[in-house]
Design a protein around this ligand. Structure first.
Ligand code: SAM
Ligand code: SF4
Length: 334
């Protein structure tokens, strides 16, 4: 079946063709920029069932969504996640251009073959350091080895692996370069992401945040970076590094706003649709699904989402001041 014409169009004429669907808020790591160590997770009964997740995904596909990214929390800790991947994977190459996953990689070694067989071609793995001590300090778990095994398994299964790296003020320039060099040496592109002030964490956001303009300048003291025309339809802007032969993306929500080109929606594991990652707007799709109102209730909830999608996010970080939603990234589905 060919892709459906996009019918989710907001007040600013932005067409929604991309969905981030969170399958759980739970995680086996506690990354310092994402959640506090004592994070309290939602009761399981509040989460959408597998059938509800599937129904929602199909409703978005019917309205012209061409790419779905499963996320969380850590999507691979949800026990039945592979059933969803298998069900949605059947649409890849038809209504869906791609089905992808953002994962911390700790369970990837077990799941890589099944993901590839189900139709996933690409995964984003979040990895901020290659230093085992630093990894353990940053995530609260000594799992660097599992992540590296996961990345190797994904590559062996034929999956393209892209690394997501959150740029942190206290990361050393050597550490950052080592990670980029390693990734490019193994054929993985790297995307650096600015820290966003989402929910409270132990550190102040101003202490974590470093603008990517500064990181790029730091990389340019050693390497030759040239702008690349490569685009993925997302917010990243890419550069090529001559010395490593690889590509690096920069996602700059704070230092360089990209909202005008936004084509995405996010749905949490409890079915809250957030039309903007950095906003407080929400529409309760779980209520619509469970209302007995069938497709009409869902259609009307999605129309509301299109009416309230804001023009741009309101993230801000400066010393002593931060502005962003109270919910953590792991709850929203990053
Ligand atoms: N657990 C999976 C993972 O880590 O890849 C998927 C969910 S995680 C919330 C999605 C992405 O959000 C990761 O790349 C993570 O590094 C990023 N992230 C989490 N909190 C963030 C924050 N406050 N600012 C910027 N990126 C953040
Ligand atoms: Fe877990 Fe991903 Fe958040 Fe890290 S960034 S704590 S892996 S959800």
């Amino acid at each position: 079946m060919p892709p459906a014409e996009p019918t989710l169009i907001d007040r600013f004429q932005r067409r929604i063709t991309y969905l981030r669907l969170s399958v759980t808020d739970r995680c086996d790591l506690r990354c310092a920029y994402c959640m506090p160590r004592e994070m309290v997770f939602l009761p399981r009964k509040d989460l959408l069932t597998l059938d509800e997740l599937h129904r929602l995904a199909l409703a978005f596909i019917d309205r012209g969504v061409r790419a779905i990214r499963l996320t969380g929390g850590e999507p691979l800790v949800r026990r039945d996640v592979m059933d969803l991947v298998t069900a949605l994977g059947r649409h890849v190459g038809q209504q869906l251009d791609e089905l992808t996953l953002t994962t911390n990689g700790t369970h990837l070694a077990d799941k890589a073959d099944a993901l590839a067989s189900a139709g996933v071609r690409r995964v984003n793995v979040s990895l901020d350091t290659l230093d085992r001590v630093r990894f353990t300090e940053l995530t609260g778990a000594d799992r660097l080895g599992a992540v590296l095994d996961g990345i190797a398994a994904a590559r062996d299964a034929g999956l393209e692996v892209k690394l997501n790296v959150v740029a942190l003020r206290d990361e050393s320039s050597e550490g950052r370069r080592e990670l980029i060099e390693w990734a490019h040496g193994h054929g993985h592109s790297v995307t650096l992401i600015e820290v966003m002030p989402m929910g409270e964490v132990a550190a102040g956001r101003a202490d974590q945040f470093v603008p990517l303009t500064e990181v790029r300048r730091e990389l340019e003291t050693r390497w030759t970076l040239t702008p690349s025309t490569h685009r993925t339809g997302g917010p990243a802007r890419y550069w090529h590094i001559a010395e490593t032969g690889g590509r690096i993306g920069f996602i700059t929500p704070l230092s360089d706003n990209f909202c005008a080109g936004c084509n995405r929606l996010r749905v949490t594991a409890t079915g809250q649709l957030h039309p903007c990652l950095g906003g407080t707007e929400a529409v309760d799709l779980r209520a619509a699904l469970r209302s007995g109102g069938g497709d009409q209730a869902l259609a009307s909830a999605l129309e509301t989402a299109m009416r309230i999608k804001p023009e741009r996010h309101r993230f801000a970080i400066s010393q002593g001041f931060e502005s962003g939603p109270a919910r953590h990234m792991s709850v929203t589905g990053g």
